[in-house]
Write a protein that binds this ligand. Structure first.
Ligand code: GDP
Ligand code: IMO
Ligand code: MG
Length: 423
């Protein structure tokens, strides 16, 4: 059986958590393959809202196994908090949550290095979530990192100490004041390591291989979005992992020939949190309205998300890079009440009209060119059947399908599990 992928196509926060939760009933295994606690995936059902950071979004389904793959970076302290928060739901995590031995560990000093790096950049900062993601992936590619499997080794503490000493030395070279109490951070870290040890560590690539062979249905859950990809995103304002389809192969040990459907998820408009270019960003009342109705505040940091119109140039690029086979449009309900909707269909780039994403989309180079469409007034949040969708929304969907050349198979009209319309 092939592995299906669910990927965010914009700058993250498209609603991946909600859709993975909705789709889990069709899958045996849900696996995260990259990113770490920089992610915040929200799911809502039975009137309760859950936010997951490292734990896959299939965790609430009794029959699904959830895997944290080798490509993920784990902060044991945040992981423990997530586990503790799930405690009251009796989820039997011991059997249902499996962790790759090859996943890298975020140490307290990785977080400090992240803070020092950002502070030293001043106005040019990335707007990182400060969870230590960049420094941890740097240690991974620099071949210095610590992995989950190292916890089982007799000299884990020595390895930890060597790396931490090196990090402290590095922090001292940044020209910024970082206040910290390392012994407090370490006490918390080692307590969390003990809690992590209560879960099952696995050789996840072998597990995945056997699961595929025995016909299990697997969904890989992306974190962040394609425009934050380390190679294909708006570099350097990106995260430090491959958030695109290829990341699922390296982050789980799954061959490209074993990938099935690629489900691409996008908001009916666009948001971005943190720094970096955003051609269709709005600074007017329309942007404010999207932010207010869409409750656009980060699930991990609480920061206000920047809002703007849908950017089809960027979305097309993400569809191509990932080989998307089905699209899912989120937060259509947020656009109810806009008299006119705008969709960016090309850019004016250094004076010329183009319809691909160029090397550099800084605002001085790029002006979005919009197509206007009629909006709809109808509240969508109670709709359960495609027949009840307003004509203008159907026109909006048809226009996007024509431009993107991929069918939109699902429309989301609210944060709850039930507010999901399959087309
Ligand atoms: P993720 O990181 O991709 O999982 O997305 P986040 O959880 O960070 O952000 C998506 C936000 O939108 C969450 O607060 C969701 O509860 C909410 N949400 C998801 N789908 C919809 C929808 O269709 N309509 C509305 N109004 N909110 C939604
Ligand atoms: P989910 O999975 C939105 C952004 C940060 C920052 C940049 C780098 O919930 O969609 P990092 O902490 O990785 O060094 O930050 O990437 N970012 C996200 N934005 N959703 C996310 O995850 C994000 N994870 C990181 O705001 O601009
Ligand atoms: Mg999020």
């Amino acid at each position: 059986m092939a592995v299906d992928l669910l990927l965010g196509l914009q700058w993250g926060d498209e609603g991946k958590g909600k859709i993975v939760d909705v789709l889990t009933q069709k899958y045996d295994i849900i696996a995260r393959f990259q990113g770490g606690p920089n992610a915040g995936h929200t799911l809502e059902f039975n009137g309760i809202k859950h936010v997951l950071h490292t734990i896959p979004s299939g965790i609430f389904h009794e029959n699904a196994i959830n895997i944290v793959g080798n490509g993920v970076v784990i902060d044991p302290v945040i992981f423990k908090k997530e586990i503790d928060a799930l405690g009251k739901f009796n989820l039997n995590l011991k059997d249902r949550l499996l962790i790759s031995r090859k996943a890298h560990l975020i140490l307290p000093t990785h977080r400090l290095l992240d803070a020092a790096s950002e502070a030293s950049k001043g106005k040019a900062k990335i707007g990182s979530t400060l969870k230590g993601i960049g420094p941890t992936y740097m240690d991974k590619t620099g071949r210095n990192g610590l992995r989950v499997g190292d916890i089982e080794l007799a000299d884990f503490e020595t390895r930890y100490r060597n790396l931490t000493d090196k990090h402290q030395e590095m922090i001292s070279h940044y020209n910024v004041e970082i206040q910290y109490n390392l012994s407090e951070l370490e006490a918390e870290f080692f307590e969390a390591i003990e809690s992590l040890k209560k879960l099952q560590f696995i050789d996840s690539e072998e597990y995945m291989h056997q699961a595929i062979k025995s016909g299990k249905k697997i969904l890989a859950e992306g974190a962040q979005g394609s425009l934050l990809d380390i190679d294909f995103g708006t570099y350097p304002f990106v995260t430090s992992s491959n958030t695109t389809a290829a990341g699922a192969c390296t982050g789980l040990g799954v061959a490209p020939t074993k990938i099935g459907e690629v489900l691409g998820i996008f908001k009916a408009y666009t948001t971005r949190v943190g720094s970096g270019p955003f051609p269709t960003e709005l600074f007017d009342e329309d942007g404010e309205t999207m932010g207010r109705i869409g409750r656009e505040f980060g699930a991990t940091t609480g920061r206000k998300r920047r809002c703007g119109w849908l950017d089809l140039v960027a979305l097309k690029y993400a569809v191509q890079v990932n080989g998307v086979t089905q699209l899912m449009m989120m937060k259509a309900d947020v656009l109810s009440g806009f008299e006119t909707l705008k969709v960016c269909t090309s850019y004016k780039y250094n004076g010329k009209e183009i319809n691909h994403l160029p090397y550099n989309i800084e605002e001085q180079n790029v002006t979005p060119i919009y197509t206007e469409m009629k909006g709809w007034a109808k509240d969508l949040t109670q709709i359960t059947d495609t027949k009840e969708l307003p004509k203008e929304l159907n026109d909006y969907i048809s226009f996007l399908e024509k431009e993107l050349e991929v069918p939109i198979t699902l429309v989301s009209v609210g944060p709850d599990r039930t507010q999901t319309i399959v087309r």
